[in-house]
Ligand binder design. Structure first.
Ligand code: PMP
Length: 438
């Protein structure tokens, strides 16, 4: 008895030690875990998390099948750590075209496990204890915890909405940086700025003037730019995606991040990449080789073949990078119409497959929860999925703690969905409108 008592005492003593590393403090909550579960439990129509419910293009899935069973058994084995050769080669060729400069596939390109791991490599490789990293709000939520995990301090600067005076619907272009406010965030402690154009969640496509402003500040203060361009092909209404790395003085200080998940509508493959100067990428490679080492060979092989096809068809009507935005623009317009019709005012996105809508007219629909400090957009999104079966994401999830409360009247929808899914969403909204009017 004595022996077992002392054993349980020593076990208890061990377990009272903190198990969590200090760098995880305050970053344990994650919007996706909570809302993906809610959508899985309650939604009839899921316009929440950002993924297409239509199939990836045939040429891509066929390339995967060929890679899987086409006779080259070595595609089931390890490949080069920093990217399967055919993929880094074709990415270098493709980005040479886009950037108008020569690229070395071995040193200017690295393949990652989705854009997510590309971001992680950037922050771990480039941000030190005490460094500040400027993040433009609203932002893809993982930037903040990733900066903190690297020991850095995020410094936030919001895009400020300027509603059009003529009563027209707002566009994502009406959300702009205040140049003086942006300039005030740069200091000798600033190591990097994160730019995400086209922007998730707003769909804003930064204009040349806005990018030049950011570039000038980066050059002036010797700051790096982590440029998350995963939605680079998803731009509408003839808008152009401008790569900040192509502006004067920016190549040497920019890491471009991309994603096959977004580019080829195959988010589950988790193939991403970084393109940039070797002076930055050499440090990303150190993080990569000491964490995941490399990502699935077969997926890389299939994505390489997808890019080879796109290189051949570059700019032609058959190109997937031409067709996909065309199809998505139509889907955007359907959702804009559905939401506008019920008074959930959409902010028309210039890019991405997301759309933010104003829910301030719906306050009376959602019951107040006494003594709850939960923001209206969170309450609304939870109520909507449980009571109407329609899933969306609260916009304040894309803001820092300090600024969240200023943006609680919006929710984000994803419109990369089959026509039938968008029709089903429209049916839910129409029924809701009739109930409100009766
Ligand atoms: N950056 C942005 C802005 C995103 O929206 C996403 C995915 N939602 C990612 C990065 C991550 O991309 P991946 O799925 O390739 O990891």
């Amino acid at each position: 008895v004595k022996a077992s008592n002392s054993l349980s005492f020593s076990l208890q003593a061990k377990m009272s030690r903190p198990v969590q590393a200090r760098r995880l403090e305050g970053i344990d909550k994650n919007i996706w875990v909570e809302f993906v579960k809610l959508a899985a439990t309650y939604s009839k129509v899921n316009l929440g998390q950002g993924f297409p419910d239509f199939p990836a293009p045939d040429f891509l899935t066929e390339a995967f099948t060929r890679a899987l069973s086409g006779g080259n058994h070595m595609l089931h084995q390890y490949t080069r750590a920093f990217g399967h050769l055919p993929l880094v080669k074709v990415l270098a060729q493709f980005f040479e075209k886009l950037l108008g400069r020569d690229l070395d596939p071995m040193t200017n390109v690295m393949v990652t496990v989705g854009a997510y791991q590309a971001l992680f490599c950037c922050f771990q490789a480039l941000v030190d204890e005490g460094d500040e990293v400027i993040i433009i709000e609203p932002f893809f939520d993982c930037y903040e915890p990733m900066v903190k995990m690297a020991g850095g301090t995020p410094v936030f600067v919001p895009l400020r909405p300027n509603p059009p005076k003529d009563g027209k619907l707002m566009s994502s272009a009406d959300w702009q940086l205040d140049p003086a406010e942006l300039a005030s965030k740069f200091s000798e402690r600033t190591k990097a700025i994160v730019l995400n154009s086209p922007n998730n969640p707003l769909g804003k496509v930064f204009s040349r003037r806005e990018l030049e402003l950011i570039a000038e500040l980066c050059v002036k203060h010797d700051v790096l730019c982590i440029s998350d361009e995963v939605y680079e092909w998803l731009v509408y209404d003839g808008k152009q995606h401008i790569r900040i790395a192509s502006l004067q003085g920016m190549w040497d200080r920019t890491v471009i991040i991309g994603s096959a998940g977004k580019t080829f509508s195959a988010t589950g493959w988790k193939v991403g990449w970084v393109v940039g100067p070797n002076r930055l990428l050499q440090h990303l490679r150190t993080v990569h080789q000491n964490s995941v080492y490399h990502c699935a060979t077969i997926a890389q092989e299939a994505v390489a073949q997808g890019f080879q096809r796109e290189l051949m068809l570059y700019g032609k009507p058959e190109s997937y990078f031409v067709q996909l935005p065309k199809e998505l623009q139509q889907k955007r317009d359907w959702l804009v119409q559905s939401l506008d019709d019920v008074g959930m005012k959409p902010i028309i996105p210039e890019g991405t497959y997301f759309l933010v809508a104003d829910i301030s007219q719906f306050k009376s629909d959602v019951p107040d929860v006494p003594n709850s400090d939960e923001a209206y957009d969170y309450r609304f999104a939870k109520w909507m999925v449980k009571n109407k079966g329609l899933a969306a994401i609260p916009l304040s999830a894309f803001y820092s703690e300090a600024h969240k409360n200023n943006y609680t009247n919006f929710i984000r929808f994803c419109f990369a969905k089959e026509e039938a899914t968008l029709k089903a969403a429209n049916d839910i909204l129409q029924k809701w409108k009739q109930e409100k009017n009766s």
